[in-house]
Design a protein around this ligand. Structure first.
Ligand code: PHE
Ligand code: ZN
Length: 849
C-alpha cells in the first residue's frame, strides 16, 4: 500500500550502497558544546551496485572541512546529509565536523549524561556524529582515537594505545555504524575475567558512576553465565580481548549491544538486594544475556536493512528466553512471557499500530522497536523450532553462523538455512513475517466410536493495510487426558495449515479432555467454547504446566466477564480449583504465585470488545476488586500456611527458588491485606530488609488506600537513589484508586524530583498512570489530558521516548463514544502541535487511523 506520506521508506525500494567502506578512522576532541570529530574513511566503488550517487547521511552536524584524496572540496549539504562527486576508483574521504553533545537531549548520537559522554547509534544515530553511509549493510573496521581530559575513554574493540588525555581503540571486526560506541567520563570499574572455550582471556569491566560500585556484582555474574551458556548451547565464543559494559542514567531503551562496549540503562544493570526487586534481578540477568548474545546474532551477523530488525531481535529474544529457562524455571519463564505478550503485543497486533514482524514500510524506524518485532519475532522462531525439531534447529543455526558470518542478512537468508538443512518448504511459514494481526484458532470437538476429532479453524481479522489474510502454519501442541487425569496421549504437534482442518485420535476407551496449545505453541487467540468443568479438570490435572496455569486463567477471565456483563457472582469452580492448586505444597511456589494472578483490566477490556461489548473501565475495576475479595475470603484458612511456606530464612539471594517463595508470599500478602486491613503488610514493611518485600508490602497498603506514612518514610529513605525513586513515582501512579489517579499523577508531575527529561523518571510516572487502567480512563478525561500535555512538552526534547509513550492511546477505539471523543480531542491536539517530531507525527497519525 503506497500512501501519500512523502517520508515513507519501503522494503521493496532496497538497493545496495554504491560504495564499500574498507576502513574508518575517527578522532574525537571532546568538549561539551564543541566536540570535533575528524573522520578518514576509505571508500571504493561497490561492484554489486549500479547507483554511484555519493550520499553521506549527516544531521545536526557543523561541517568544518572536507576533502577527497587530500584535496579540499565543498559538498552539497542539506539537513539530511551531503552529496559530492567522487572518483570512479578507491578514494579517501576526510571530514571534520563539530557537534554539541551537551545540548543533545534526544539521547541519540553523542550526548552527555551527568557529565559523562556517551553514544547511542542504533538505529540512525551515527549520522549525528559524522557524515557517513549510516545503513546497516555498510560494514567496516573502525579505529578510534579519543582526546579528552577524562580518566576513562572507551570505544569498541580492543585498546591499542593510551596516554595522558587520550586513548585509542581498534575494532578488528567489520561492523555497521549503528554498533559504534564511545564513552568518556569519571567512571569506576567492577572487573573480572572470562576464559573462552578456546582459551582466549577476556577482561570484563562493568563501568559505573562513583557510588554505584556496590551494585555491580550481580550483573557481572550474569555476564559470565551468559558467556558460558552461549558456548555450551550455541557453540558461540567471544571474539575480543575485552568486554566492557557501561551504566548510564539517561537512556531511551533498556540497553545496547555495541561491539565490545555494551551501553546499559542503569535500571537494566545496577542491582542490590536493598534497592532492587527479584523481578529487577531477573530482568537484569535477561538483558545482560540479550546484549551479550547479540555479539553473534546481530553483530557478527547483522541486518541488511532496518526492515530485517526481527532477524537480530526476534532471534536474540528467543535466545535470552532459552537462557532464562535454563537458569531458572522453564514453565515459570514461559508463563511470564505469555503474560507479557498478551499485555504488550496483543494490543499492538489488534489495534491501529498493527504491523508485520517484518514491516514493509515506515517513516521513523525508531517506532518499530516494538513488541511485535521483538516478542512476536521470538515466538515465530519458537514455532520454527517446534516444527523442525531441536536437532534440525541446531543444525540450521550452525549453518547460519557458518554461512553468514560477517554479512548483513535478510529473513530470506534466515529461512533458507532451515530449508537447506531440513528440505522443508517454508514459503507458507514465511507469512508469519509478512501478515500482521493475531490469528484466532477456533476449536471444535467430536467424539464417536472411540475416535476423538478436533476441528481447528483459523482466521485473522483485518489489520491496517491488510484486509485479507491467508492461512498460516500454526503448530498446535495437543495432549489428551483420561477421566482420572492420566495422560492417554502425550503431547503431539498438530500442524494447522489450512483455514479448517480435522485431526483424529483413534482407539480411545473414553472421551478424553483435550489440552490444546500446550506451552503456548503459537501466538494465537484460542476460541474454545467448553464447559467450565473441563477447565477445572485441566486446572487440577493437566500435565503441561503452561496449560494448567492457562486453565486457571481462562476460568478467571470467564468469571470476570460474567461478573461484568451479567452481574454474576464469582465462580465457585474457579475459587475451588484455585484453592486446591494453592494447597499443593509439591508445586513450585513461583508457579503457585502465578496461579493467583488475574488477567489485566486492559485484557478484560479487549475480551469484552472482542465479544462485541463496550468495556466500562469502572465496571471492570469493580469486578476485579470483588473477585480478589472473594478469593481472599475463600483462601482465608490457607493463607497462614502460604505465609509460612513463603518464609525465607537464609540471607537474601535473587535466585529463582528464593524469588519464587517471595512471589508466593507477596501474592498471599495481597490477599491477607483484604482481610486484615493492612496490619500484616505494615508489619512486613517495617521489618523488610530487601526491596522485594518493602515494595510488595507498600503496594498492598497503597491498594488498600493506606500506607501514607510508609510512602513518606520510603521517600525519606530513598530519595537519593534515582532508581528507587522511580519506583516511588511509578507505584503511586499505577496503584492510585481510579478517582484519585489523575490528581495524584498531576501532583507528582509537579514534584521537584520529577526530572521529566530523564526517560526512566518520565516512564515511571506517565507510564505508571497509563498502566492504571481505570485511572487512565477516568470519565472526565483528566488523565488523557495530562498525558497529552506531557507528550507535547517532551516531544521537542526527546521524540523517541515521546513516540513510545503515545502507545498508551492505541486501544482507544475499544471504548465508549464519550471516551473516544475525549481521546480524539487529545490526539488532534498533539497532531496539531507546531514542529512535532517525525517520530510522534507518525505514531499519532497511525493511532488516529
Ligand atoms: N538493540 C537494542 C536491543 O534490543 C535496543 C535498542 C534499540 C537500544 C535502539 C537503543 C536504541 O538490545
Ligand atoms: Zn536486542
Amino acid at each position: 500500500m503506497r500512501d501519500a506520506a512523502p517520508n515513507t521508506i519501503y522494503l521493496s525500494d532496497y538497493s545496495p550502497f554504491g560504495f564499500l567502506v574498507d576502513s574508518v578512522h575517527l578522532t574525537f576532541d571532546l568538549a561539551p558544546h564543541a566536540t570535533r570529530v575528524t573522520s578518514r574513511i576509505a571508500f571504493r566503488p561497490n561492484p554489486q551496485a549500479t547507483d554511484r550517487t555519493f550520499f553521506l547521511h549527516g544531521e545536526e552536524l557543523k561541517l568544518i572541512r572536507a576533502s577527497i584524496d587530500g584535496a579540499e572540496i565543498t559538498p552539497d549539504v542539506t539537513d539530511k546529509g551531503l552529496t559530492a562527486s567522487v572518483p570512479d576508483a578507491p578514494f579517501v574521504w576526510e571530514a571534520e565536523v563539530e557537534i554539541d553533545p551537551g545540548n543533545n537531549t534526544a539521547l541519540e548520537g553523542l550526548y552527555m549524561s551527568n557529565g559523562m559522554y556517551c553514544t547511542q547509534c542504533e538505529a540512525e544515530g551515527f549520522r549525528k556524529i559524522t557524515f557517513y553511509p549510516d545503513r546497516p549493510d555498510v560494514m567496516s573496521t573502525f579505529t578510534v582515537r579519543i582526546n579528552g581530559d577524562l580518566p576513562v575513554l572507551l570505544s569498541n574493540g580492543n585498546p591499542t594505545g593510551k596516554g595522558e588525555g587520550w586513548a585509542e581503540w581498534t575494532d578488528p571486526w567489520p561492523k555497521p555504524a549503528y554498533l559504534f560506541a564511545l564513552v568518556a567520563g569519571e567512571l569506576l570499574a567492577h572487573s573480572d575475567s572470562f576464559t573462552t572455550l578456546s582459551g582466549r582471556h577476556v577482561d570484563l569491566n562493568l563501568w559505573v558512576r562513583p557510588g554505584d560500585e556496590g551494585k555491580c556484582a550481580f550483573g557481572m555474574e550474569a555476564l559470565k553465565r551468559s558467556m558460558k551458556w552461549d558456548e555450551d548451547v550455541y557453540g558461540r565464543e567471544y571474539d575480543l580481548d575485552v568486554f566492557n559494559i557501561v551504566a548510564v542514567d539517561d537512556f531511551n531503551m533498556g540497553a545496547m549491544e555495541n561491539k565490545g562496549l555494551n551501553i546499559f540503562n542503569s535500571s537494566a544493570v545496577l542491582a542490590s538486594p536493598e534497592t532492587s526487586t527479584d523481578a529487577n534481578f531477573e530482568r537484569i540477568e535477561a538483558i545482560i544475556a540479550h546484549e551479550y548474545f547479540h555479539n553473534w546474532t546481530g553483530n557478527r551477523i547483522t541486518c541488511r536493512d532496518w526492515f530485517q530488525l526481527c532477524l537480530k531481535e526476534g532471534l536474540t529474544v528467543f535466545r535470552d528466553a532459552q537462557f532464562t529457562s535454563d537458569m531458572r524455571s522453564a514453565p515459570v519463564k514461559r508463563i511470564h512471557d505469555v503474560i507479557d505478550l498478551r499485555a504488550r503485543q496483543f494490543p499492538e497486533d489488534n489495534g491501529p499500530l498493527s504491523h508485520p514482524v517484518r514491516p514493509e514500510s515506515f517513516q521513523e524506524i525508531n517506532n518499530f522497536y516494538t513488541a511485535t518485532v521483538y516478542e512476536k519475532g521470538a515466538e515465530v522462531i519458537g514455532m520454527l523450532k517446534t516444527l523442525v525439531g531441536d536437532d534440525a534447529y541446531s543444525k540450521a543455526l550452525d549453518l547460519y553462523f557458518e554461512r553468514h558470518d560477517g554479512q548483513a542478512c535478510t529473513i530470506e537468508d534466515w529461512l533458507k538455512v532451515f530449508e537447506d538443512t531440513t528440505g522443508r518448504d517454508l514459503a507458507q511459514f514465511k507469512r508469519w513475517y509478512s501478515q500482521s494481526g493475531t490469528p484466532r484458532v477456533k476449536v471444535e470437538e467430536d467424539w464417536a466410536d472411540g475416535t476423538f476429532t478436533l476441528t481447528l479453524s483459523q482466521s485473522t481479522p483485518p489489520t491496517p493495510g491488510q484486509p485479507e489474510k491467508l492461512p498460516q502454519v500454526i503448530p498446535v501442541a495437543v495432549g489428551l487426558l483420561g477421566p482420572n487425569g492420566d495422560e492417554v496421549r502425550g503431547t503431539e504437534v498438530l500442524e494447522l495449515t489450512e483455514a479448517r482442518q480435522n485431526f483424529t485420535f483413534e482407539g480411545l476407551a473414553t472421551r478424553p479432555v483435550a489440552s490444546i496449545l500446550r506451552g503456548f505453541s503459537a501466538p494465537v487467540i484460542l476460541d474454545h467454547d467448553r464447559p467450565n468443568a473441563e477447565r477445572a479438570f485441566l486446572l487440577a490435572h493437566d500435565t503441561d504446566p503452561f496449560n494448567r496455569w492457562e486453565a486457571g486463567r481462562t476460568l478467571a477471565q470467564d468469571t470476570l466477564l460474567r461478573m461484568i456483563t451479567q452481574d454474576a457472582a464469582p465462580d465457585a469452580e474457579y475459587l475451588d480449583g484455585l484453592l486446591a492448586v494453592l494447597r499443593d505444597a509439591d508445586l513450585d511456589p513461583a508457579y503457585r504465585a502465578l496461579m493467583l494472578g488475574l488477567p489485566t483490566q486492559s485484557e478484560l477490556a479487549a475480551a469484552l470488545h472482542e465479544q462485541g461489548e463496550t468495556p466500562d473501565p469502572m465496571a471492570i475495576w469493580r469486578a476485579v476488586e470483588t473477585l480478589r475479595q472473594a478469593t481472599a475470603q475463600h483462601m482465608q484458612d490457607l493463607l497462614p500456611r502460604l505465609h509460612s511456606e513463603a518464609l525465607v530464612d537464609s540471607p537474601y539471594s535473587p535466585d529463582a527458588e528464593q524469588a519464587g517463595k517471595r512471589a508466593l508470599g507477596s501474592a498471599a500478602l495481597a490477599l491477607t491485606t483484604r482481610l486484615d486491613g493492612g496490619a500484616m503488610a505494615a508489619e512486613v514493611y517495617a521489618k523488610a530488609d530487601n526491596m522485594t518485600l518493602q515494595l510488595s508490602a507498600l503496594s498492598c497498603l497503597l491498594r488498600a488506600g493506606k500506607g501514607q506514612s510508609e510512602l513518606a518514610a520510603f521517600y525519606d529513605q530513598w530519595h537519593d537513589d534515582r532508581l528507587v525513586l522511580d519506583k516511588w513515582f511509578g507505584l503511586q501512579a499505577s496503584l492510585a484508586a481510579p478517582d484519585d489517579a489523575p490528581r495524584i499523577a498531576r501532583t507528582l508531575s509537579e514534584h521537584p524530583d520529577f526530572n521529566w527529561k530523564n526517560p526512566n523518571r518520565f516512564r515511571a510516572l506517565i507510564g505508571g498512570l497509563a498502566m492504571n487502567h481505570a485511572g487512565f480512563h477516568h470519565a472526565g478525561g483528566a488523565s488523557y489530558a495530562l498525558l497529552a500535555d506531557w507528550l507535547i512538552r517532551l516531544d521537542p526534547v526527546n521524540p523517541q521516548t515521546t513516540a513510545r509513550m503515545c502507545t498508551a492511546f492505541q486501544t482507544w477505539k475499544r471504548y465508549d463514544a464519550d471516551r473516544q471523543d475525549l481521546i480524539r480531542t487529545q490526539l488532534s491536539r498533539i497532531a496539531e502541535t507546531p514542529n512535532l517530531s517525525r517520530d510522534t507525527t507518525e505514531m499519532i497519525s497511525r493511532i488516529l487511523g
